[in-house]
Design a protein around this ligand. Structure first.
Ligand SMILES: NC(=O)c1ccc[n+]([C@@H]2O[C@H](COP(=O)([O-])OP(=O)(O)OC[C@H]3O[C@@H](n4cnc5c(N)ncnc54)[C@H](OP(=O)(O)O)[C@@H]3O)[C@@H](O)[C@H]2O)c1
Length: 121
């Protein structure tokens, strides 16, 4: 079974991707940002175990490390980073202005520097 990890899957594009990959039979691990119930939780409940929910704030390096630890041993066929888009006005954006478009698709975002440092690739 193919598997996808989607960072920022609570709504809009990320949720749409999670829904479509799940419909096509992929295993999907999506992340939500806050503590509230989201569309991803509803999707997971009706996915027969194919969709799972993790919590992550991409601007918090310790949360990135914790997610990495929770997913140790898992491999993914696809990673889609849809979250933590800034307009350059965050503390992270000021202190880490450079990032890699390759690992931050679809748009460049400053917090990806901390993600790159902690992520398992
Ligand atoms: N929607 C479109 O038609 C469209 C078209 C072209 C380009 N784009 C670009 O694609 C990107 C995503 O668009 P979207 O419409 O899906 O955006 P969105 O509706 O704002 O969704 C962003 C996702 O990222 C999560 N997120 C935000 N901050 C986060 C953080 N610090 N850590 C972890 N997760 C975080 C959000 O979680 P919460 O729900 O918890 O906040 C949500 O799941 C944006 O850069 C947008 O400009 C969108």
């Amino acid at each position: 079974m193919n598997s996808a990890r989607i960072i920022g899957a609570s709504r809009t594009l990320g949720l749409g991707l999670a829904t479509e990959f799940g419909r096509r039979g992929w295993a999907v691990t999506g992340t939500v940002h806050g503590k509230q119930r989201t569309g991803l939780h509803e999707l997971a409940e009706t996915s027969h175990g194919r969709v799972s929910v993790e919590t992550l704030d991409m601007t918090e390096p310790e949360q990135i490390s914790a997610l990495r630890a929770r997913l140790t041993g898992r491999t993914f066929d696809l990673l889609f980073v849809n979250a933590a888009i800034t307009r350059g006005d965050s503390r992270s954006a000021r202190s880490r202005p450079r990032c890699s478009p390759r690992s931050c698709s679809p748009t460049r975002s400053a917090p990806c520097e901390s993600w790159n440092r902690c992520a398992p690739w």
